[in-house]
Design a protein around this ligand. Structure first.
Ligand code: TXA
Ligand code: MG
Length: 346
């Protein structure tokens, strides 16, 4: 709905504090979706930028306002399991088991697509990614819109995913019709994406639901690694993502974090520096050094990672130093995001 003559549009901001008692606040945003507009909304992972999954024109607009590469497919969000029928022919048994265990929740399932799913949704692939979020506002929006909703993260492509409505405003104010402010996202990183179109179920993007969680339900599961000269299966994973403006240095978890930190601080004396420490309680009495201590909590790392990156950028930090963690369980998803933002590994 953004035309060339009008460079800015009026973005409605709707604050929802209680998703149970304020369902009437979703009436306007759902009408915007059904009439082909764009609505940013909270999910339990990150904020999404939504459009009617069957409206090609609206979906085109999503790619345009995000500056998203055309070959990166979108996730279709549903509020009721029966909506899968509109999107995919049949659900493999193992996928059914994961759905029973983890939906609604931060798990996206890739299945063979039905013909009627527009190719712009799947970037030309013959598979479609589907997720039922657990956030009540998201579910209500999908329900009242009476259609599945495609939603990539509601950020400008390449920037850290938004975990508050303010983050969405920073990137998309006056570019979308409506932003629903439902507070901070509980999980903070995007959903796990698992592909059921190959012989062995394959995790294409690690997330809050871990390989270990999944294998407990369906047994052997692979984690996708890009093989040379082979077509990438999850196009979104090839792009440099999640990047704050500042230069990011990651210190390997096996190294002495404090010692490495001191060396870097000596080298960059005149710079403004942001530090994310996982397992040490660090304190500096300098207004040029901002420290975030995570107290060894990987869930907090996931929840706050993008938030801290954006906060450092807003405070004009020149250099961010992050402490890496072990790449197992939730650590795998956290490291996947950290590595994509990092310019130098120590
Ligand atoms: O938590 C989330 O998943 C959030 C919230 C808003 O739901 N959404 C999100 O969307 O992260 P996006 O567009 O930023 O990332 C979608 C990922 C990309 O890596 C994309 O390549 C992959 O899902 N994807 C989508 N459709 C696919 C398909 N048919 N086959 C393989 N990968 C697919
Ligand atoms: Mg994204």
């Amino acid at each position: 709905m953004l035309d060339k003559k009008r460079s800015a549009m009026n973005t409605k901001i709707i604050v929802v504090k209680n998703s149970q008692t304020e369902k009437n606040k979703i009436v306007i945003p759902s009408k915007i979706i059904s009439s082909g507009g764009l609505v940013a909304f909270p999910t339990e992972t990150v904020y999404g930028l939504g459009a009617d999954a069957f409206n090609k024109k609206a979906i085109k607009q999503i790619f345009k306002v995000k500056g998203r590469p055309q070959d990166n497919p979108l996730i279709v969000h549903i509020s009721d399991i029966s909506q899968i029928d509109q999107l995919s022919e049949k659900i493999p048994k193992k996928a059914e088991k994961l759905i029973a265990k983890f939906w609604p929740g931060p798990l996206t399932i890739v299945l063979k697509k039905k013909k009627k799913v527009p190719l712009i949704v799947t970037a030309g692939l013959d598979s479609v990614a589907i997720r039922m979020p657990s956030n009540k506002i998201a579910l209500e929006l999908i329900k009242q819109s009476k259609t599945p909703i495609v939603a990539p993260s509601a950020n400008i492509s390449g920037k850290p995913s938004p975990t508050t409505a303010n983050h969405v405003k920073e990137d998309l104010f006056e570019k979308v019709d409506c932003i629903i402010d439902g507070g901070s996202c509980k999980i903070g990183i995007e959903s796990t994406v698992i592909d059921f179109t190959s012989k062995t179920p394959t995790i294409l993007r690690p997330g809050y639901i871990t390989k270990e969680d999944i294998e407990k339900i369906i047994g052997n599961t692979e984690i996708y690694t890009q093989k040379k000269n082979k077509k990438i299966r999850s196009p979104g994973m090839k792009y440099r993502h999640y990047s704050p403006r500042a230069f990011v240095i990651m210190i390997d978890y096996k190294k002495d974090f404090k010692k490495e930190l001191e060396k870097i601080l000596k080298t960059y004396k005149d710079k403004k520096i942001g530090i994310i420490s996982f397992n040490l309680n660090i304190y500096y009495k300098s207004k040029n050094i901002i420290v975030k201590n995570l107290k060894s909590d990987p869930k907090k790392y996931a929840q706050k990672l993008f938030y801290y990156f954006r906060d450092f950028d807003n405070k004009n930090v020149d250099l961010i130093i992050v402490q890496g963690i072990k790449e197992k369980e939730l650590g795998l998803a956290v490291m996947n995001r950290l590595k994509k933002a990092t310019s130098k590994f120590l």
